[in-house]
Design a protein around this ligand. Structure first.
Ligand SMILES: [Zn+2]
Length: 488
């Protein structure tokens, strides 16, 4: 965008709550189950069926709110959002409108230009719609799968505080991290359990009023959020610069076409005619309930990163990589604790070393899916390997080879080190014999060294390490090499 205009962006995120059952009935949540097998009269919207709120969903929504600095209202209401669509059998969605469960939160984001705090207007609880499946079966038919109908969601409505597509992307990532670490959502964009709509407008720099906004629906990847917003900002600027006007409308991102496309304009916009749902009493959260939920919250992400930097000597980069997923963060802490137990050394002494090893070796072999992660080797086994480095049995270079072997064979570090004779040699007499052998075999190089070409020493160290398969203690090698080369 040119410097004449400023972007104004606010995101609305729908996050599926990690409940076992749906928001207002006992049907189970099973992604990928055969169509229309997880249904009952309530989520099919049959006449006379009555909804009962899911306590676990309410508590997860409270966790989300507390993790994002929101105020949890002691009194909130469910409301009916009325519209017609084939995926909404009741003719209305149960949501919250005037009195949402949570309000006034914030989220800290970091971009290439620094950190900023973005406001969160509200977080309300609602149910998901069913899923329309187009063009399957007899060619052009649309079929409806009600398995998703009634799934518990929260909608997190952000303030229009974001000023670039980069900020929007970072906001989305930070929000996903917070919800995953709070155990509220699995952060799975591909399966649609975390989805984003973006409200985008532009205004002349210095203007205090907002321009006409366009809503971009259903952006299902971090990459697309950036591309869709950048396209939309450029489209609006071109329009306004040419003397035109932005029309209030809903658009969708088409990645194959690389552009946003109009879905419906303001004239076709819904009037949802919200009203309080007469089937559901007001939701009342008392202080002891709220305190109990607050007491179960895990350490907040920024606090955990700061603690690791201060107590374990990690860099900000290390801390962010190791908190990229809740399972990775937990696994790293387990490894530090297990290594400390085996070596008797403190977390502060070991933290940075463990962090380096995990980042360089372990994460390459680690995969994540939702809240689960698959590690190549259990944390206590990696601790066993790092303990061998700490007590001088092997050096760091050999540790990498041993780790690769552990991944391949499933053996413990000790089994591999013993089996292959990889333990570090600190026997001075044995090393001295190798040093003398190498020096004798390379007399020409010795002459060069004595003539002042000291860089030849590296050549000797390499030869000695080769002869000992890397097991010779490096400090002893250097000391003995100096002694032998120094002899007349
Ligand atoms: Zn049901």
């Amino acid at each position: 965008m040119s410097t004449n205009y400023e972007a104004v962006i606010g995101l609305e995120v729908h996050a599926q709550l990690l409940t076992r059952t749906k928001m207002f009935c006992g049907c189970s949540i099973a992604y990928g189950a055969p169509p229309n097998t997880q249904v009952c009269p309530v989520c099919l919207g049959l006449p006379g069926a009555l909804p009962v709120p899911n306590r676990q969903a309410i508590e997860l929504a409270m966790r989300a709110a507390l993790s994002l600095g929101c105020t949890v209202r002691t009194f909130s209401r469910f409301a009916r959002k009325n519209y017609f669509y084939p995926d909404l059998a009741k003719g209305y969605q149960i949501s919250q409108f005037e009195l949402p469960l949570n309000e006034h939160g914030h989220l800290e984001i970091t971009t290439s230009t620094g950190t900023k705090t973005a406001g969160i207007t509200r977080i309300h609880v609602e149910e998901d719609a069913a899923k329309n499946l187009h063009g399957i079966g007899a060619g052009t038919d649309t079929l409806v799968d009600f398995n998703r109908a009634g799934t518990a969601l929260i909608e997190i409505v952000g303030e229009p505080d974001l000023r670039s597509s980069e900020e929007a992307e970072q906001y989305l990532k930070a929000l996903r991290d917070v919800l995953m670490f709070a155990g509220v959502n699995d952060g799975n964009l591909e399966e649609g359990s975390f989805r984003c709509d973006a409200n985008v407008s532009i205004r002349p720099v210095g203007s205090e009023t907002f321009g006409t906004r366009v809503e971009i629906k259903n952006i299902n990847s971090f990459r697309f959020v950036r591309k869709a917003i950048d396209f939309e900002l450029a489209r609006q600027e071109a329009l306004v610069s040419a003397g035109g006007k932005v029309v209030m409308e809903t658009r969708t991102w088409s990645d194959p076409q690389g552009q946003t496309l109009s879905m419906r304009s303001k004239e076709q916009a819904h009037d949802y005619r919200y009203f309080a749902d007469p089937d559901l009493p007001p939701l009342v959260i008392d202080a002891p309930w709220l305190a109990r939920i607050a007491g179960t919250l895990p350490e907040a992400l920024p606090a955990r990163r700061a603690r690791w930097q201060a107590a374990l000597g990690l860099t900000a980069y290390d801390a962010s990589v190791l908190t990229s997923h809740p399972a990775i963060a937990a696994w790293f802490e387990e490894t530090v604790a297990a290594t400390a137990k085996l070596t008797g050394k403190s977390d502060a002494e070991l933290g940075k070393k463990v962090a380096n090893f995990v980042q360089a070796e372990v994460l390459r072999e680690t995969t994540t899916s939702g809240l689960e992660a698959q590690f190549p080797v259990p944390s206590d086994r990696v601790a066993g390997l790092l303990a061998l480095v700490e007590d001088g049995t092997i050096n760091g270079k050999i540790a990498k080879d041993v780790f690769a072997d552990m991944v391949k064979t499933g053996k413990s570090a000790k089994q591999i080190v013993d089996g292959k004779g990889l333990a570090q040699v600190t026997d001075t007499a044995a090393i001295e014999a190798v040093v003398r052998g190498v020096v004798q075999a390379n007399l020409k190089e010795v002459e060069k060294y004595r003539a002042g070409k000291t860089s030849v020493k590296g050549f000797f160290v390499g030869q000695i390490m080769k002869a000992t398969r890397g097991t010779a203690n490096a400090a002893i090698v250097n000391e003995l090499l100096d002694k032998v080369l120094g002899e007349a």
